[in-house]
Design a protein around this ligand. Structure first.
Ligand code: ADP
Length: 411
């Protein structure tokens, strides 16, 4: 202790110059020197701490661990900071606790071992730390709340987007339908202008001529023109029926009626009508195996399909050719083949042949609407049937139709 008194001037000079508290203890852990900052920090008068045991500055709860710490420290004898990883406290003369950070430096002087402690009062730093922690916690809480709010908003927006997309799709759909309808109307009008023109002028001519044959012996001439008129009106009627058929198919309004009917009766009727259209030297081969057979299907559709295929075969074949109608009866299906030796379908047009209004390049000079095949394909699909064809330009086409039949009987 005297060492420090002896050298107190030097000690004072050095220790008062630093801002940390300085405290020197001897090996018995008695305080042998302090600087003014230490005295003031712990609430003692100048020099009052000298001679006191170190533990007067340590809170009671910490004394035991502190003792152990100091013993360890003397044993190791190296410099270190005491507060690392722990919260250290000092105790003031009035009993108040305050947080400190302490660095320990052992040294020897005149054969004695001392430890110099550098003490910093970290009350302010701790307070700042606490405030920062509090702020951080507040911030974290706010972020959490915000995240939840954002999540809700995103979910709401997603829902809104979904609703809007659905509404948009609906509007687009409606618009597309409107466009399709308009297109259909436009096509119908242009078709009507083209397709109706020739028959109507034929009707007009025939009607005018009929009026001119007034004599009673001119009945055969009148009949000829009346036949033309009837044929043309039938033709126009057929086009209009096709259009109505498209509309019904499109709207899913078509109702099918299944009945048991005689196959040969239908085929006779269809061929009879087709025969009226034949060009000179054309001939339709009647199928061999249909007599006495009745099937259960929609008779109107079977008639429509065969009528269409036969009239196409006649229309798109030249004079002096044969058209073959063959029927193959399966267990639960019926297959029709309509083969002609006509102009055929150009390869590049074949993939479009069932599209509505499509007409192959080589048939543009013939009358036609491009509706028939589209309609019968629609009906056949509705009835779980199918239609396909094989064709070569300038050598002929074969259309094949398959239809399921519930009941095939012989009578
Ligand atoms: P349309 O005969 O009134 O034009 P379809 O729908 O019946 O309408 O036929 C569509 C197109 O398919 C025809 O325009 C024609 O180009 C082609 N086609 C159909 N059947 C035949 C056939 N037997 N031979 C050659 N081409 C055909």
């Amino acid at each position: 202790m005297r060492v420090f008194e002896k050298n107190s001037n030097i000690f004072n000079l050095l220790s008062e110059a630093v801002s940390e508290g300085i405290l020197v203890v001897n090996s018995e852990r008695f305080i042998v020197a302090t600087n003014a900052r230490t005295d003031q920090m712990f609430g003692y008068g100048k020099g009052d701490l000298k001679g006191n045991p170190l533990h007067v500055l340590i809170p009671e709860g910490n004394r035991k661990s502190h003792e152990k710490h100091v013993v360890d420290f003397y044993a190791k004898g190296d410099k270190r900071r005491m507060a690392q990883g722990r919260n250290l406290f000092g105790i003031k003369r009035n009993g108040d606790r305050f947080p400190v950070e302490i660095g320990l430096n052992p040294f020897s002087l005149y054969g004695e071992t001392y430890v110099m402690a550098l003490i910093i009062d970290v009350t302010n730093i701790k307070e700042k730390e606490r405030q920062i922690n509090e702020l951080n916690e507040g911030l974290e809480k706010k972020i959490k709340v915000r995240t939840v709010e954002l999540r809700d908003t995103v979910a709401m927006l997603k829902k809104e987007i979904k609703l809007r997309t659905a509404a948009e799709a609906k509007i687009k759909n409606a618009l597309q339908k409107e466009r399709d309808l308009n297109e259909l109307k436009t096509q119908f009008l242009s078709l009507v202008s083209h397709e109706f023109k020739t028959p109507l002028s034929g009707i007009l001519t025939s009607a005018t001529l009929v009026g001119k044959y007034k004599d009673s012996d001119q009945q055969d001439k009148r009949d000829k023109h009346l036949k033309t008129i009837i044929g043309e009106v039938r033709h126009l009627n057929g086009i209009l029926t096709d259009f109505l058929s498209i509309e019904r198919l499109e709207k899913g309004k078509e109702v099918y009626k299944f009945t048991d009917f005689s196959l040969s009766k239908v085929i006779n009727e269809v061929i009879y009508n087709a025969n009226m259209l034949l060009k000179s030297g054309q001939h339709i081969n009647y199928p061999q195996n249909v007599d006495g057979i009745s099937i259960r299907q929609d008779q109107k559709i079977v008639t429509l399909v065969l009528t269409n295929l036969l009239s196409n075969a006649v229309k798109y074949s030249p004079e002096d050719t044969t058209i073959d109608l063959r029927v193959v009866l399966g267990e639960d299906k019926i297959v029709f083949h309509v083969a002609d030796e006509g102009i055929g379908i150009p390869e590049k047009d074949q993939k479009h042949i069932f599209e509505r209004y499509f007409r192959a390049e080589n048939t543009l000079l013939n009358q036609g609407t491009g509706i028939g095949l589209n309609i019968i394909k629609g009906h056949l699909e509705n009835l779980d049937g199918s239609i396909r064809f094989k064709s070569r330009e300038n050598s002929g086409s074969t259309f094949t139709v398959e239809l399921p039949v519930e009941n095939i009987t012989e009578h």
